[in-house]
Write a protein that binds this ligand. Structure first.
Ligand code: DGJ
Length: 744
């Protein structure tokens, strides 16, 4: 059973295969957090709650006259409220009609429902109804009409708990939500490190590990998107936790907009962890009878280190977040024309690229920016989603048909949410643009954002895109967004409700995506925001892969894909082989190394293949053959980080979950003279089985291969393998490990 509810003792245990989460309803009805970690088999841990009279920690009136040891300021809670004696950062902050802001939530009732919640209009963790149970705890403020439901979906086999909250107004007068977090946990004991992921355009998701100290620390975004700058996935772990050992917790926010992830260690060393919509630009009015549903946070816990925690998220994102035909269907190897041509192309040039690509075994041709409106550079045309037939030399349908006639599928780029000032759409509908009336708007890439909080804007975009998708043979869309939001204001909201804009924008975006994915179920959408500026579990619900970064340099990608792998599986990371010198870094890397790194993603090409040498074309053929051969292992196998991305040689592994085979890639970042051997331990094998190991340069043939036979899984896991450093820049190895049949 996934949820144990002992009503008499007020004890609630959420049990997953390897973890347990425990809460207690105390004598005043406050929902306390008792425990999250490895299994404790339902034993009541309420004896661990320490109560004592603490100066300046106030006591509620109903108990304070007789018991000064009870204070919300120090009790470990599940969903704390601002203003009534808890001085830490809180989950909920409201402003009542009289201007007061104090509130407190006490449990009214608990119920268990089958399956996982389906929050309307928001991305959601999903599964077959019998695979999960949901606990719903109803709470209310004794002094107002404010009520809340805390939702805990328990996906036992995945070691996942899905948290969200619904805030309700059961009173007669409106109040305003100033903050409504999705997740809140208080640990009374233990020291933690926090691992968060910072970045910038073209260098996303760099891990930062730091001890949680006294005070508040946070990462978040007020950019209207989850952003390149901080990712809505983070980890708390024991300071001693490594890839293979230690207690770790991860939180992945299923939201693509403004978020805040906070940690706070209080004066007595307790740690609070909160995640939700960023409160800075949020104010949501709840009138009598209204409710507000927060987005979901997917939580997981591992007692076996960071690697296992990541694999929990990989499996859950692949199976329980991504949806649609392509969640599990084999995705095509693609070629994108962006770095090959940028805006300067003709229909003939595109067809020549497609013909060459088809001959090499590439399966999908993606036409990027510049095919519509007046769009020969990035200063105009966004919003005018009408094919530029003069530039293409034909209709979009004809172009699509010429490309599909080569045997390839055809894909198209959109930047649905943006608008150029120099566009017919902006001239026709100036009020559809996000900007503050009477104030000059902030430009970015010389463009503005459409007000997706408005239904008529959503409908227009849905219909315009539908017309194009129905007219031409399009099986893939790249959904881009190339600026952050600011000057947030909607011409359709009155002054009192402008604080709702950012979240309403998000709901509008999700409605557009939901409608299009339902209308075109066979379409694969790849998310993108100037690369990985909106790489989050919310987008993955609609777009099962996301362009990981505009930085296509293989060596930069080692770090970007490494950081991304903490929270997201390989099957979600768009990765391409591009030209050298690389357009972002100027670096020159071997073709084989670029293939090896791009293969740790959804795999494709982004260069002018008509300009490649015969040798490079042959390499493309063999890279595609290798990708097909290892597809299942790479996309669905267990992923292990065998080195940090800062090591001289970066090493990662895909292992078949049954331990039958593994594929390891190693890329040398830094060559030094007379350097130390490269050594690593393999993971995920059967200890007593014997394996054959084939070590070769990436893309190498049988002649270059070194074979080791009869090595036990235990030997490979404990004794490891050694590579001899090569005096060559950015050299890559590929190591295939197969169980020797019939040998134990
Ligand atoms: C940013 C994307 O990340 C690129 O791949 C490309 O599509 C450009 N936008 C086009 O403007």
């Amino acid at each position: 059973m996934a949820i144990l509810l002992d009503r008499e003792r007020g004890l609630i245990s959420l049990q997953t295969r390897n973890t347990e989460y425990q809460m207690k309803i105390d004598s005043r009805g406050v929902l306390l957090h008792l425990y999250y970690g490895g299994r404790i088999y339902g034993s009541d841990l309420s004896h661990t709650v320490c109560r004592m009279d603490r100066g300046f920690s106030g006591n509620p009136a109903d108990i304070g006259a007789t018991d000064r040891s009870y204070s919300l300021d120090v009790l470990p809670q599940e969903y704390s409220c601002f203003g009534a004696g808890d001085y830490r950062s809180t989950a909920l902050a409201v402003e009542f009609a009289d201007g007061s802001r104090a509130c407190e939530l006490r449990v009214q009732d608990c119920r268990i429902e089958p399956g996982l919640p389906v929050p309307e209009g928001l991305p959601a963790v999903h599964c077959k109804s019998e695979a999960a149970e949901t606990l719903i705890v109803s709470l209310a403020d004794p002094f107002s009409g404010l009520a809340a439901e805390l939702q805990y979906g328990v996906l036992a086999d995945r070691d996942v708990i899905v948290r969200a909250a619904r805030i309700l107004n059961r009173g007669e007068t409106p109040f305003t939500l100033r903050k409504a977090a999705s997740m809140h946990i208080d640990w009374q004991f233990g020291r933690f490190d926090q691992i968060s992921f910072y970045g910038r355009h073209a260098m996303e998701r760099m891990p930062q590990r730091q001890a949680v100290g006294h005070g508040r620390q946070s990462v978040g975004s007020v950019r209207g998107t989850s952003s390149h700058h901080y990712n809505p996935f983070s980890i708390l772990c024991e300071p001693t936790a490594t890839e293979t050992a230690g207690l770790c917790f991860g939180a992945s926010f299923l939201y693509s907009g403004e978020f805040l992830m906070e940690t706070e260690m209080d004066a007595i060393g307790q740690t609070r962890w909160i995640c939700g919509i960023h409160p800075d630009d949020f104010a949501w009015e709840l009138r009598a009878g209204d409710s507000f549903q927060t987005p979901e946070v997917m939580l997981s816990c591992s007692t076996e280190g960071l690697g296992k925690l990541s694999r929990n998220f990989h499996a859950a994102i692949r199976d329980n977040v991504c949806r649609g035909a392509y969640a599990h269907r084999r995705r095509s190897v693609l070629i994108n024309n962006w770095e090959a041509t940028y805006f300067q192309f003709t229909g003939e040039k595109l067809v020549s690229l497609a013909e060459e690509a088809a001959g090499l075994g590439i399966e999908l041709f993606v036409l990027d920016d510049g095919w519509f409106g007046k769009r020969d550079d990035d200063n105009s045309g966004l919003g005018d989603w009408f094919p530029n037939e003069k530039k293409l030399g034909c209709t979009l349908r004809e172009l699509g048909e010429r490309i599909t006639a080569t045997g390839m599928q055809f894909g198209l780029w959109f930047e649905t949410e943006s608008v150029s000032i120099d566009s017919d759409l902006c001239r026709a509908h100036p009020d559809w643009v996000v900007r503050v009336p009477g104030r000059a708007p902030t430009l970015s890439r010389n463009q503005l954002i459409l007000d997706l909080s408005r239904k008529e804007v959503q409908d227009y975009l849905i219909e315009r895109m539908s017309a194009i998708l129905s007219d031409a043979p399009i099986s893939y869309v790249k959904w881009d967004l190339n600026r952050s939001l600011c000057d947030k204001f909607s011409a359709a909201l009155d002054a009192k409700h402008q604080g709702e804009f950012a979240h309403r924008y998000e709901l509008g975006l999700y409605r557009v995506l939901e409608t299009l994915t339902a209308r075109f179920p066979a379409l694969l959408i790849e998310g993108c925001s100037g690369g990985g500026g909106r790489f989050d579990a919310g987008m993955l619900y609609y777009t099962p892969q996301i362009w990981c970064s505009d930085n296509t340099d293989a060596i930069s990608r080692l770090a970007i894909q490494y950081g991304t792998s903490f929270g997201y599986p390989v099957s979600t990371m768009g990765a391409h082989v591009s030209a050298v010198p690389n357009h972002q870094t100027g670096r020159v890397t071997p073709f084989a190394t670029r293939g090896c790194v791009a293969m740790a993603g959804t795999f494709g090409y982004e260069l002018d293949i008509t300009k490649l040498s015969d040798e490079e074309k042959a390499e493309i053929r063999s890279q595609i053959a290798a990708f097909h051969k290892h597809y299942e292992l790479i996309q669905y196998g267990d992923y292990y980080r065998l080195s940090a991305a800062t090591e001289p040689c970066v090493i990662w592994e895909f292992a078949d979950p049954a331990g039958e085979k593994a594929l390891i890639s190693a890329v040398s970042r830094l060559v030094e003279a007379n350097s130390a051997p490269i050594h690593f331990c393999v993971q995920g094998l059967q200890p007593q089985s014997l394996y054959r190991v084939a070590i070769r340069p990436a893309g190498g043939g049988e002649d270059d291969t070194r074979i080791l036979e009869g090595l036990s899984g235990a030997a490979l896991q404990c004794g490891g393998l050694t590579l001899t450093p090569e005096a060559k820049e950015y050299f890559a190895w590929e190591i295939e490990i197969d169980r020797e049949s019939g040998k134990e």
